[in-house]
Design a protein around this ligand. Structure first.
Ligand code: SAM
Length: 340
């Protein structure tokens, strides 16, 4: 069974990130310096058992309530705990006993390190396909993060639906995962090492977009992507010509987002004020919004800024009263850069 293979891989086969055979479950070092500072406050044992593939530190988190799906040894939970501050909360969920044990062993160490009176993190043992069994209040999370986990799930739609239910309106899923440029053959999907290494279970990107929409996330936004190299010859041989990408998406829970980017002649102006983003605010790969500049947006982007925690950082120009057609450049080609 898939979940048993994955539990064994992360609980027993791997001892530290040095045991990984590919770079799928590794995050490159070129991260912002403030994230490096957050990670320097995280316990060595937690860092050693980190197997994520991207950065899940969205902006403007002060006081937020965050859930981490497949939190592993807790690296992202402890990084986010510093960003939400003592009034926020970060909850991690994982099914592997060994990983949860490491995460829980260091709760008090981190509380002291961060100078908090009470800890603002907790770790739940459970399955991300059955989030409704964890006693969490529907609509109670501002953000749900996940780092290189959903590819491992045998029921990805259940994961996305459960996350949708737990988010409050205007909340978002912000997560890094592995995707492929095509649907993978059975031999690849069922290979235990390829599965454990976060490649075998990778979704074809377009299937992921459709699945996200089915779960209620109507306009998936790509934030970052990078091609993944597979240097192990035997594994590369099994994978054939398929190409893989580590990508970070954000999925807003906003009812009634439109299937395409529609132009209502609207624009926004970023006023500044978001920590670590004084000069420009990055919503996604196509929206780097410089401070003080009038930035034309489609109706969906307008709502992602106006009906979320970002609203107070923007001025909004226009409304939905007049439609000017589809927003230019709203395409359907593969969204990732191939690095070639
Ligand atoms: C690649 S590791 C990533 C761990 C962590 N996010 C990190 O960045 O270090 C995958 C983690 O997801 C957990 N996991 C995989 N499938 C799961 C499921 N269906 N339910 C709960 N946890 C799961 C595994 O136990 C493992 O800890």
């Amino acid at each position: 069974m898939t979940t048993d293979i994955v539990k064994d891989y992360y609980g027993k086969t791997l001892q530290t990130s040095a045991d990984l055979k590919t770079e799928a479950c590794c995050t490159p070092d070129d991260m912002p310096s403030y994230v490096k500072r957050l990670l320097s406050n995280v316990h060595d044992e937690v860092l050693a058992k980190y197997y994520g593939c991207g950065l899940v530190t969205p902006l403007a988190l002060e006081g937020a309530r965050i859930l981490d799906l497949g939190s592993g040894s807790g690296r992202d939970v402890y990084a986010l705990a510093q960003l939400v501050g003592p009034k926020g909360e970060v909850v991690g969920v994982d099914m592997t006993d060994e990983q949860i044990a490491v995460a829980r062993a260091h709760v008090d160490w981190h509380r002291k390190k961060f100078g908090y009176k009470t800890s603002n993190v907790r770790f739940l043992h459970g399955y991300i396909e059955r989030l409704d069994e964890l006693g969490l209040e529907p609509g109670s999370f501002d953000i749900i993060v996940s780092n290189c986990v959903i590819n491992l799930s045998p029921d990805k739609l259940a994961v996305l639906r459960g996350a949708f239910d737990l988010l409050r309106p205007g909340g978002e899923m912000y997560f890094a995962d592995v995707y492929a440029d095509r649907r993978l053959p059975d031999a690849v999907r069922t290979d235990p090492v390829l599965l454990g290494e976060c490649l075998g279970g990778a979704l074809y990107w377009n299937d992921f977009h459709q699945l996200a929409k089915q779960a209620g996330f109507l306009d998936p936004r790509l934030v970052t992507d990078r091609p993944l190299g597979v240097t192990d010859e035997a594994l590369a041989d099994k994978l054939g010509a398929a190409r893989f990408f580590s990508s970070t998406y954000r999925l807003f829970k906003l009812a009634g987002l439109e299937p395409l980017c529609e132009d209502y002649g609207q624009a926004v102006v970023y006023k500044g004020g978001v920590a670590h983003s004084e000069h420009a605010f990055v919503l996604d790969k196509h929206h780097v919004i410089e401070r003080g500049k009038v930035f034309p947006v489609c109706g969906n982007t307008w709502r992602m800024l106006k009906e979320t925690r970002f609203s107070r950082y923007f001025d909004f120009i226009g409304d939905f009263s007049q439609h000017y057609g589809v927003f230019a450049g709203c395409g359907t080609a593969m969204p990732y850069g191939t690095g070639t």
